[in-house]
Design a protein around this ligand. Structure first.
Ligand code: F6R
Length: 232
């Protein structure tokens, strides 16, 4: 894993945009995308560039179960609001959080992913080390699946809802193996709330207790952070 540290968020996000532009320039056409607070400034900056994704395909990491696509907190809505309205892709896929049969939906999404190998995957990180919604303890060989969100993840995401009771309890997520198949991964750990987990990831062994620690085995991972953390 390579890590780049920045003194300002402005520089960090400029670098993230440059990395995505370069990936596209070098031929990437299939992008794995993330949501959450970390990605909002990135997508805002991307919208101001002339990058063109109209020949590209996107796959989102995850989606809540039970929210309509037009619900303001669904990830389908988030992606349209922050990126797709300005930068449409040829095709954009997210898990269907309203699918009647969760097992079938997870298998459908995983099959789509396997048909289009990801050239580039964007990742944020949860304070508990999750990537996508793969909570601590998720098997490193997991594929797309239905998860019950940890209480700490629901608490962390409650800031986007009017109350914690409205935060869904379940979500679909790409599995860890699905994520690890991407050719290149960019993880962004931004803000003080990510210090402890980033230190744990950098110091830890390869352990399913810290899902992001799996990235140490990936040949092409870049971490961008505004935290002055030590690397082991
Ligand atoms: C979102 C996702 C999550 C977030 C993580 C950090 O699609 O997969 O893993 O990246 O929860 O969220 P923020 O950026 O809101 O701190």
């Amino acid at each position: 894993m390579k890590i780049e540290r920045f003194d300002s968020k402005e520089e960090l996000y400029a670098r993230a945009v440059a990395i995505m532009v370069e990936a596209k320039h070098n031929g990437a056409t299939t992008f794995g995308l993330a949501t959450g607070g970390t990605m909002e400034p990135l997508y805002a900056k991307i919208c101001k560039t002339d990058i063109d994704f109209s020949n590209c395909i996107s796959f989102n990491l995850d989606e809540y179960v039970g929210l309509q696509a037009n619900h303001e907190q669904s990830y389908a809505y988030y992606m349209h609001k922050h990126l797709f309205h300005e930068k449409p892709f040829l095709a954009s896929y997210l898990p269907n959080g309203l699918a009647a049969d969760p097992l079938e939906e997870a298998a459908r999404y995983e099959a789509l992913l396997q048909q289009h190998s990801l050239d580039f995957q964007l990742l944020g990180i949860g304070q508990n080390g999750h990537i996508g919604f793969n909570e601590p303890g998720t098997a490193f060989d997991s594929l797309t699946h239905l998860v019950t969100l940890e209480e700490s993840t629901r608490q962390a995401n409650a800031r986007f809802f009017s109350s914690i009771d409205e935060v869904p309890t379940q979500a679909f997520t790409m599995g860890i193996q699905s994520i690890m198949r991407a050719k290149c991964i960019l993880l962004m750990a931004v803000g003080e709330t990510k210090r402890e987990v980033l230190e744990r990831v950098l110091a830890s062994d390869y352990t399913e207790n810290i899902p992001a620690s799996v990235l140490s085995k990936h040949p092409n991972v870049m971490i961008l952070t505004d935290l002055q953390v030590e690397e082991n």
